[in-house]
Design a protein around this ligand. Structure first.
Ligand SMILES: Nc1ncnc2c1ncn2[C@@H]1O[C@H](COP(=O)(O)OP(=O)(O)OP(=O)(O)O)[C@@H](O)[C@H]1O
Ligand SMILES: [Mg+2]
Length: 266
């Protein structure tokens, strides 16, 4: 699998530290249209920190993030979401007391330009927008097979289904770049297969770059076009899944070690 679309995301020389901990050290990579890029590495390697720098939750000490050719270092997380950078979280962040449908609609409201007062003046416009939001959300419910969760509150859903609603929430923002932080963690084999299928469906349908952090190497090697490997905040390798599997540095830093100790990489 080779993705040869235009470059959408450029990360250049990113460094980030927390006190004496260097979470990222001079990390650079690019992501292209229509590509599934896996970000792997041992626990604490800096994967989530890197996603946080791209989505704007963390501010790197050095380096640049460019999206669609635009330097976005000083752009806020909410503005980045409006530009189309959308993500799921390692620890699911949904309104637990709301239904799946209401969670997706809440995500859509990021786009609503008319507040309650303006909404009553321009009632027609606001109503039209609400109908459009609903239709986008219904498409997502179809795509991710969420019909059974539609009217159930999120806290009552099985974990795998909750992760799927979280992916739906990220999709509701009509992403132009999707960042998935361990979307399959804690899932059983069947749930993982479903999630892998949904990610491939999204890639085919939207043709956007998808960056996925994942510890399950079977999944990573199956669905990604390219893999970037972090270890102690440093990029130690980048290449096709086949190249990464054979890479000595990666085997000793992560794959081999994980196999021997039964750690999370599988
Ligand atoms: N908000 C924070 N405050 C302090 N240290 C942090 C913070 N976020 C991350 N770190 C530290 O930065 C390093 C990288 O953490 P990060 O969460 O990015 O790793 P990760 O690769 O996502 O790990 P995992 O596979 O366990 O999710 C770790 O040493 C971590 O303790
Ligand atoms: Mg993490």
């Amino acid at each position: 699998m080779v993705a040869d679309g235009n470059i959408k995301l450029e990360v250049e020389g990113l460094s980030l530290s927390f006190g004496s901990v260097m979470a990222l050290i001079d990390v650079s990579f690019r992501a292209r249209e229509g590509e599934i890029l896996a970000l792997i590495g041992p626990n604490g390697a800096g994967k989530t920190s890197l996603l946080n720098c791209i989505s704007g939750f963390y501010h790197p000490r050095h380096g640049q993030v460019r999206f669609n050719g635009l330097e976005i270092n000083r752009v806020s997380p909410s503005r980045r979401a409006k530009l189309g950078i959308s993500r799921t979280f390692q620890n699911i962040e949904l309104y637990k007391g709301l239904t799946a449908l209401d969670n997706l609609m809440a995500a859509r409201h990021v786009f609503i330009k008319y507040g309650p007062v303006a909404g009553s003046i321009f009632f027609g416009k606001a109503r039209k927008e609400e109908i459009e939001n609903r239709s986008i959300v219904e498409e997502i419910i179809d795509l991710l097979e969420l019909a059974e969760a539609r009217h159930r509150v999120v806290e009552s859903l099985a974990y795998g289904l909750r992760k799927r609603v979280d992916l739906g929430r990220a999709l509701a923002l009509e992403p132009k770049l999707l960042l998935l932080d361990e979307p399959m963690a804690g899932m059983n084999v069947e749930e993982k297969e479903d999630m892998a299928r949904f990610i491939l469906d999204i890639q085919e349908l939207k043709h956007i770059p998808i960056i996925i952090v994942e510890h399950d190497m079977g999944v990573v090697m199956d669905i990604s076009h390219r893999v970037v490997v972090l270890d102690f905040g440093t990029k130690i390798a980048e290449g096709s899944p086949q190249e990464i599997k054979r890479n000595e540095k990666v085997i000793s830093a992560y794959l081999g070690k994980a196999n021997q100790s039964g750690e999370r990489a599988k």
